[in-house]
Design a protein around this ligand. Structure first.
Ligand SMILES: [Zn+2]
Length: 70
């Protein structure tokens, strides 16, 4: 298995310390599984009110509350 490479959404730098990685969002793929969005611990707060992250989270929450059946 290939280890997941975590890149900070805020500064685009790789997060080398697992303890410094904060999951800020999960984005759903159009086909197949989605992916996690990470940020440095110090940068997660900067992304807290990011409209794209908020939209992505809202979409995920809505999809969980209102699952669309085939
Ligand atoms: Zn960062």
């Amino acid at each position: 298995m290939t280890p997941e490479v975590r890149v900070c959404r805020y500064c685009d730098e790789p997060i080398t310390d697992p303890g410094d990685a904060v999951l800020v969002a999960q984005e759903a793929g159009n086909s197949g599984p989605g992916w996690n969005v990470w940020a440095h611990r110090a940068h997660a707060g900067q992304l807290g009110m990011h409209p794209v992250a908020v939209r992505a989270l809202a979409r995920i929450l809505l999809a969980r509350v209102f699952p669309q059946g085939g």
